[in-house]
Design a protein around this ligand. Structure first.
Ligand code: E4P
Length: 217
């Protein structure tokens, strides 16, 4: 399973990248706004900076909702760097655009996915990645990881090549459960990635080893 970080914060991207386990980055307009990135030029430059920091797939989201607008925006984003993945919302015009991008050699990430039906449609259009938002599903008292498992089964039976990118991750357990459920990628906040490190017995064990090591010094 690949690890992406879900942020536009450069310090967090750097910290995750330095772990040596980072395969890419996902962003969205809310994450860009959170970092105070304003205006098209600043947004483009920010994507460029991220692409130069991380050697992996970098999702950059379109904000147009009509076919022509999505295509025009996606072409500009894709021209920033070969690793840019054009992130397109799961809407009718988005599906048409994903098919167009697929036919024209531009990789896509179909975002805002909440059902297996949407997952089938995105795969038919040739999306490179599919982003089911599992945390937001959990927030509405459904089981987001169950959706990952269902899509994984469908893609496997049908031979779809679209990679399942579990998004809207809220904690380390989500990452573990998504790995079990067959996600190809997890995009996570830094805290959830670092949460994987945590176990009290590791801390207790290390403290004891270091204490005992003093006896052998
Ligand atoms: C996906 O690519 C989105 O950027 C993100 O995972 C959404 O997460 P949220 O529900 O925490 O906003």
């Amino acid at each position: 399973m690949k690890f992406f970080i879900d942020t536009a914060n450069l310090a967090q991207i750097k910290e995750a990248n330095e772990l040596g386990i980072l395969d890419g980055v996902t962003t969205n307009p809310s994450l860009m706004a959170k970092e105070g990135i304003k205006g098209q030029e600043a947004i483009m430059n920010h994507y460029k900076t991220i692409c130069e920091m991380v050697d992996g797939d970098i999702s950059a989201e379109v904000i147009s909702t009509d076919f022509d607008g999505i295509i025009a925006e996606g072409k500009k984003l894709a021209a920033i760097h070969p690793n840019i993945i054009v992130k397109v919302p799961m809407i009718k015009e988005g599906i048409k655009a994903i098919k167009w991008f697929t036919d024209n050699g531009i990789k896509t990430n179909c975002t805002l996915v909440f059902s297996a039906g949407q997952a089938i449609l995105a795969a038919k259009a040739g999306a490179t990645y599919l982003s089911p938002f599992i945390g937001r599903i959990d927030d509405s008292s459904w089981d987001g990881v169950e959706l990952i498992a269902q899509i994984s089964q469908i893609y496997s039976i049908q031979g779809f090549k679209t990679q399942i990118l579990a998004a809207s991750i809220r904690n380390a357990l989500h990452i573990v459960r998504c790995a079990e459920a067959g996600a190809d990628v997890c995009t996570c906040p830094l805290d959830s990635i670092l949460g994987l490190l945590k176990h009290p017995l590791t801390d207790i064990g290390l403290a004891k080893f270091l204490e005992d090591a003093k006896k052998t010094a």
